[in-house]
Design a protein around this ligand. Structure first.
Ligand SMILES: NC(=O)C1=CN([C@@H]2O[C@H](COP(=O)(O)OP(=O)(O)OC[C@H]3O[C@@H](n4cnc5c(N)ncnc54)[C@H](OP(=O)(O)O)[C@@H]3O)[C@@H](O)[C@H]2O)[C@@H](O)CC1
Ligand SMILES: [K+]
Length: 513
């Protein structure tokens, strides 16, 4: 599913109108009808609704929704908060509404009876918003903030920006948002996302052709995208075919991390896995993951020593190498990361403490040509980009895009709604996963899944996204079944990866039928 900025949506709109000849009134009719149908689906038995309408096209959608609901037998009152300068398609649809026998009323915050309606539809401000909500809309936002009646926003909750701009001090907090045609970036950014409630995207019949010119910012990557690119294993498969992977990590205080990552790598498809760790950790790791082979490395104070990785270590013998889970920050680890960057001819994944050294390895980073995947959480991203976690969270799309293009890496920016960016700047945002993932060790699981997945196909971008999807989907399945978002532990999470893969394969089979 396409994800856009307000500018791209406007450009698509313009192209559909000017180049394809769709009338704006038609797009608005489609929008209103699709939104009304979704509202009826969400609230079966709805009898009485109110629409709060603005003076732009979002308001225009509101009049169309009201007319459609009325024709479905649902009594619907329209209150215009402002209609100053109503024009174009919005004026056309208000006129249709009036000529159909209905009379819109001026919204009055002191007399509006929010509780008498089954649903209130927020059609005040859409993608045209700029800055803090101004009068008279501010009062209407306050009134909606006090009612228990469900609020359904049209396209975007009024006041919320479409992109990475600041969320104003007050905005409509919707129970659900019916997004028109394509979600805007803010639907994936906190705190804006919290205002959307449940999201439902409906088509307004925008011709696909316009997107080639209008472009789009990102896609949302889910089950459909994963199953479309998930490789089918050949019947005569051989273990070597599915990749030789190397995992490097572990230290005395993070002794379990390599086991968690190794389990996840094997359960996501790694053919042959070697785990390189401080030698003392082998005896605790082997019983947990009997299928991996080991490289027992010399250690210093329980962490890998600088000379742990011998000159003939053989980074280039593997299809993919992951460095980081439980590695620790002793400065000796820097040399291991440097060598991995320079010598790994296959795909290299750097995670956790391996990322810590990257700002000091700029030259090696810029000289690396083989694929590199970085998996920072917002704190690590801030360290990489030389900024604060707060700034990272505000500008997740743009910052990730800049960093991936600048360094030529595949960047997996973790956090709620993980964003994957390719070296070319193409982005995919993920919604799978839940609060159960906000726990130590869940990053190790992701690194393992990435290691297992990237060796399965040459389309690295798709494999990275599939790994992120499987990680989130495994967490969702765990919570649906016997786990909760409190209890989910990373090692348990790995045990749900097979079920996540099974679901992807079932989805694939059903599509082929
Ligand atoms: N794209 C498509 O294909 C289709 C799009 N459609 C719909 O169009 C919507 C976008 O419509 P839009 O561009 O007319 O803007 P919209 O959000 O209605 O608001 C504009 C008004 O807000 C005002 N305003 C601005 N800032 C403000 C503030 N801080 N506080 C208060 N007021 C503020 C501003 O007034 P001004 O400040 O300029 O006086 C202006 O009058 C989109 O979200 C979707 O619902 C559908 O119809 C189907 C086809
Ligand atoms: K709205």
């Amino acid at each position: 599913m396409r994800v856009v900025t307000a500018e791209q949506m406007r450009e698509a709109d313009r192209l559909a109108i000017e180049e394809i000849g769709m009338k704006e009134e038609l797009l608005m009719e489609n929008a209103g009808r699709a939104a009304a149908a979704k509202i009826i689906e969400l609230y079966p038995g709805l009898q009485y609704a109110a629409v709060l309408a603005g003076k732009g096209n979002n308001g225009g959608d509101g009049y169309t929704i009201a007319r459609t609901l009325e024709s479905e037998g649902i009594r619907t009152d329209v209150y215009f908060v402002s209609s100053d300068g109503l024009k174009g398609a919005a004026l056309y649809h208000r006129t249709l509404y009036e000529k159909s026998g209905f009379t819109p009323r001026q919204f009055d915050p002191s007399s509006f009876q929010a509780d008498s309606y089954g649903v209130i539809i927020d059609a005040m401000l859409g993608t045209g918003i700029k800055g803090e909500v101004k009068p008279p809309f501010d009062k209407a936002v306050q009134v909606l903030g006090k009612t228990d009646t469900p609020i359904v926003a049209v396209d975007i909750p009024s006041g919320i920006p479409s992109g990475e701009e600041d969320v104003p001090s007050s905005a409509v907090k919707a129970d659900a948002t019916v997004i028109l045609e394509s979600p805007k970036l803010s639907a994936y950014l906190f705190p804006a996302k919290e205002y959307y409630g449940q999201t439902h995207t409906v088509s307004i019949g925008m011709p696909n052709a316009v997107w080639h010119k209008a472009g789009n910012e990102a896609v949302e990557w889910g089950m459909t995208e994963t199953s479309a690119s998930f490789p089918v294993r050949k019947e005569n498969a051989h273990k070597g075919r599915h990749g030789r992977g190397l995992l490097i990590g572990g230290s005395k205080n993070m002794a379990g991390a390599p086991a968690i990552a190794a389990l996840a790598a094997l359960e996501s498809g790694a053919g042959l896995l070697t785990t390189a760790l401080p030698e003392s950790l082998m005896y605790t790791t082997a019983p947990l993951v009997p299928e991996t082979t080991f490289l027992r490395l010399p250690e210093k104070e329980g962490e890998l020593a600088e000379d742990s990785v011998s000159s003939d270590f053989g980074f280039d013998r593997y299809d993919a190498v992951a460095v980081g889970p439980g590695l620790g920050r002793l400065k000796e680890a820097k040399e291991i990361v440097r060598r991995a960057l320079v010598e790994t001819a296959g795909i290299l994944i750097l995670d956790a403490d391996a990322l810590y050294w990257l700002p000091e390895l700029e030259q090696e980073l810029s000289e690396r040509t083989a694929p590199l995947i970085l998996t920072p959480h917002p704190g690590e991203m801030a360290h990489l980009a030389g900024t604060t976690p707060g700034e990272v969270n505000k500008h997740r799309f743009s910052l990730a895009g800049q960093y991936a293009r600048k360094t030529g890496c595949y960047l997996v920016l973790k956090g709620a709604n993980t964003i994957c960016t390719t070296p070319e700047g193409d982005q995919a945002v993920h919604t799978s996963g839940n609060a159960g993932l906000a726990k130590g060790g869940s990053g190790d699981t992701l690194t393992g899944i990435l290691l297992g997945q990237v060796m399965q196909d040459e389309d690295t971008a798709a494999m990275v996204n599939n790994a992120v999807f499987l990680h989130g989907h495994a967490a969702d399945l765990a919570v649906e079944q016997e786990e909760t978002d409190y209890s989910l532990r990373a090692s348990k999470l790995a045990s749900y990866v097979p079920r996540a893969i099974k679901n992807v394969q079932l989805f694939q089979e059903n599509r082929r039928r």
